[in-house]
Design a protein around this ligand. Sequence first.
Ligand SMILES: O=C(O)C(=O)c1ccccc1S
Ligand SMILES: [Mn+2]
Length: 260
Amino acid sequence: MDSNNLTQFAGAIASGAVRVVDLTFTLSPDFPVIVLPPEFGQAAPVRIQRISLYDAAGPAWYWNNLTFGEHTGTHFDAPIHWFTGKDLPNNSVDTLPVRDMIAPACVIDCSAEAAQNPDFLLTIPVVEAWENRHGRIPERHWVLLRTDWSKKGWRDYANLKDDGAHTPGPDAAVMRWLVEERGIIGLGTETIGTDAGQAGHLDPPYPAHHFLHGGGRYGLQCLCNLDQLPATGAVIIAAPLKIQNGSGSPLRVLALVPAA
Ligand SMILES: O=C(O)C(=O)c1ccccc1S
Ligand SMILES: [Mn+2]
């Protein structure tokens, strides 16, 4: 692509000919974070501690100290996050190839199924039916699972019951298939994890994490506004913080969408 095309692309964004859709929740102490069984370590809650607000602590400036877990809010999972990806090269947020931070996306709308069943699992037949309509999922594409879960409001977001969270996600067979047969770059979900809330009972447990990160692929969680994206044609910008040896990070996720 020559520099002229890139400049024209920037012009298309400025003119609105290419829409920029924000797929990110506001990072807030009020946003729910994943709750693991009590015997395990937990994500630190988001804390925003004011240092000064144009006051005696800082007469001309406003700033804060931030505390948060790598896996809080709308965030990115790197392969090092899971044991299956722990020995892969360039597997942390500070070492993964920057070219992987911009990639096209396929959006699979399972909002009706998730509305009927909070434990809905995406399967190979559901994806094959999507491919019959929209074409085969190309390599190095994100698969974004639209469930409209992000519209539930923060209070009901985790949908925690006595036996853990009940939220939709992929089954094990489709995760192995998407990584090994379709070569996706990663899976994005609206829910708190790329895995279903009850994924600990699947085989292998947490199959999205298992196969994505074992295959050197990535996860995006707590996305919103997927209903504003076309089934194909959007390009995702997802650049995690460059945290030393980081397993993931909160980030801004943007979708570039050709104006209709
Ligand atoms: O990656 C995550 O945020 C996530 O969902 C997770 C984090 C840690 C342990 C298990 C899971 S399942
Ligand atoms: Mn995560």
